[in-house]
Design a protein around this ligand. Structure first.
Ligand SMILES: O=c1ccn([C@H]2C[C@H](O)[C@@H](COP(=O)(O)OP(=O)(O)OP(=O)(O)O)O2)c(=O)[nH]1
Ligand SMILES: [Mg+2]
Length: 180
């Protein structure tokens, strides 16, 4: 069988009990993607609240170091999955949240959806490992268990405009690797 699309375990997590994503029901669109580790998604309030309050009381003025500290405390986390996805050149894997996540766990994907490009697979910086970007808007930290299903991956085709042959850059990572 020629390989068209699928998931593989990245080298770093070989032999570490990672499950490849599966669909739960016959016609489910999404392959459920699990956390590769126990992981804490800190509440955005826990560390940020008092700093934000100070910021407001200070009428929006804050020195750069303090501001960096505030932003860091509210930053989303990248949960490792231990898996990478291969697909055809005209395909993309969409990482969508599970609808139960905001309701039951306060977990949201702040980038809306994750876009996993076909050329992310086996990139030289992280081998193409998928990461789920999350924030926790509930007031207490959320403890993710290894193997907990956090997001779902949906493979789709994408279209390109006339005479577009693609960019010239080589993908060597994610999360801003192509520049500002
Ligand atoms: O939720 C996500 C979103 C992205 N990625 C990886 C795969 C994707 O191919 C790469 C780049 O994503 P995107 O193009 O959305 O982010 P960017 O900020 O534009 O980064 P880059 O400059 O690397 O393209 O990061 C993930 O692992 N999870
Ligand atoms: Mg990009």
């Amino acid at each position: 069988m020629t390989k068209k699309r699928g998931f593989e375990i990245v080298k770093k997590y070989e032999g570490k009990g990672i499950n490849l994503p599966v669909r739960q029901t016959k016609n489910a669109a999404g392959y459920d993607i699990e956390s590769a580790e126990d992981f804490v998604v800190p509440s955005i309030w826990k560390f940020g609240f008092f700093n934000v309050l100070k910021f407001i009381l200070n009428k929006g003025k804050m020195d750069n170091d303090k501001l960096a500290e505030v932003q860091k405390s509210i930053k989303p986390v990248l949960v490792p999955t231990g898996v990478k996805a291969y697909m055809q050149e005209d395909e993309v894997l969409i990482l969508a949240n599970r609808s139960s996540n905001p309701l039951k766990r306060g977990l949201a994907i702040p980038n809306g959806i994750g876009v996993i490009d076909a050329d992310y697979y086996n990139n030289e910086s992280n081998e193409g490992e998928l990461f789920v970007q999350l924030i926790n808007f509930f007031p207490i930290d959320y403890k993710v268990k290894k193997g907990e299903r956090l997001a779902q991956g949906i493979f789709i085709n994408y279209l390109t405009t006339d005479e577009d042959e693609g960019g010239l850059k080589k993908r060597n990572g994610g999360f801003g690797s192509s520049g500002i």
